[in-house]
Design a protein around this ligand. Structure first.
Ligand SMILES: NC(=O)c1ccc[n+]([C@@H]2O[C@H](COP(=O)([O-])OP(=O)(O)OC[C@H]3O[C@@H](n4cnc5c(N)ncnc54)[C@H](O)[C@@H]3O)[C@@H](O)[C@H]2O)c1
Length: 267
C-alpha cells in the first residue's frame, strides 16, 4: 500500500490557485483609483465584477474598460454609509448572480488638517466613510457569505493603520479601525468559511492622493521623506495582492494585512 504523502500536489493544482473564473467580486469604490484597478485586474483573472460606487460615471467607466477587454462587469450605485442601500445591494447582487464570493472595500477618502484645527464634520465624515462604511459592507455582504459558507473580504487598510503621519488624524483613526475590524471579523468568522483580510498600500498615485496634494504637501512630503526610495505606488501594483487574497491561493490566510508598501514599515 502506498502511504498517503501529505506534500502531494495534484497535477494542475497551481493553475487553479489564482483562478477567479466564475467568481462574483464586488468592489466598492471601484469607480476610481485603487478600486478601479483591482476591478480590472479581477476581470482579467476571470471574475464577474460588480463595480459599486457613489460616483456612477466612474463606475460606468470602469465597467466599459473591463467590457472593452472582453471581461464581465456591471455597475451598481452604492453609498457605503447608507446601511439600507448596502443591505439592498447585497440582496440584489446575491439575487442576480447567485453568489457573492469576494468583497473589496475600497470606498474611502481623506482630509488634511492640523489636529488642533480639524473640523468636527470632516472628522465624522472620514470615520463614517472609511470605518463604518467598510463595516456595513462587511456585515451585509458577509451575511451572504456566511450563508453560503464561503467568501473572501478584502479591506483597504494603509501604512496609516500602523504608523502616523501629519495632518491625517481622522484618517489614521479610521485605518487603525479598519485593521481591528478586519481582525475582529476574521476571528468571528474563521470557522465559517469567510476570510477577512486587508491590503496596506504605501502612498499611491491616485485621484485621492492628487486631491490631498492640492490641499497641502505636508502629509505626502513627510511620507516620501521616509520611503526607502521616493516613489509612489501605482494602482496596478495592488492587483497581485488582491487576487492572492481573493483566490484559493490564500486559503489559510485570514485576519492579515498584506502590506504593499515598498518596505515602508520595515525601515
Ligand atoms: N491613494 C493612496 O495613497 C492610498 C493609500 C492607502 C490606502 N488607500 C485607501 O484605498 C482606498 C481607495 O483610495 P483611492 O486612492 O483609490 O481613492 P479614490 O478617491 O481614487 O477612489 C475612491 C472611490 O470611492 C468612492 N466613494 C467615496 N465615497 C463613497 C461612498 N460613500 N460610497 C461608495 N463609494 C464611495 C469614490 O466615488 C471613488 O470612486 C481608500 O480606502 C483609501 O483610504 C489609498
Amino acid at each position: 500500500m502506498t502511504p498517503e504523502v501529505e506534500s502531494e500536489v495534484p497535477k494542475g493544482y497551481v493553475d487553479k490557485l489564482f483562478d477567479m473564473r466564475g467568481r462574483v467580486a464586488v468592489v466598492t469604490g471601484g469607480g476610481s483609483g485603487l478600486g478601479a484597478a483591482i476591478s480590472v485586474g479581477f476581470a482579467q483573472a476571470g471574475a464577474r465584477v460588480v463595480v459599486a460606487d457613489i460616483n456612477d460615471d466612474g463606475a460606468t467607466h470602469t465597467v466599459k474598460v473591463i467590457e472593452s477587454e472582453g471581461g464581465d462587469a456591471s455597475a451598481i450605485h452604492l453609498d457605503v454609509v447608507n446601511s439600507a442601500e448596502v443591505e439592498a445591494a447585497a440582496n440584489n447582487v446575491f439575487r442576480d448572480f447567485g453568489s457573492v464570493d469576494v468583497l473589496v472595500n475600497s470606498a474611502g477618502s481623506a482630509f488634511r488638517s492640523p489636529a488642533e484645527e480639524f473640523p468636527e464634520d470632516k472628522f465624522d465624515f472620514i470615520l463614517k466613510l472609511n470605518l463604518k462604511g467598510t463595516y456595513l459592507c462587511c456585515q451585509s455582504f458577509g451575511r451572504k457569505m456566511l450563508a453560503q459558507g464561503k467568501g473572501s473580504i478584502i479591506n483597504m487598510a494603509s501604512i496609516g493603520s500602523f504608523v502616523a503621519y501629519p495632518w491625517s488624524s481622522a484618517y489614521l483613526a479610521s485605518k487603525g479601525g479598519v485593521l481591528q475590524v478586519t481582525r475582529g471579523l476574521a476571528l468571528e468568522w474563521r470557522d465559517r468559511g469567510v476570510r477577512v483580510n486587508g491590503i496596506g498600500p504605501t502612498l499611491m498615485e491616485s485621484p485621492l492622493t492628487r486631491r490631498g496634494a492640492e490641499r497641502s504637501s505636508v502629509t505626502a512630503d513627510f511620507i516620501t521623506a521616509r520611503m526607502l526610495r521616493p516613489r509612489l505606488g501605482r494602482a496596478r501594483d495592488l492587483i497581485g495582492a488582491a487576487i492572492f487574497l481573493a483566490s484559493d491561493a490564500s486559503a489559510l490566510v485570514t485576519g492579515h494585512i498584506l502590506m504593499c508598501d515598498d518596505g515602508y514599515l520595515v525601515a
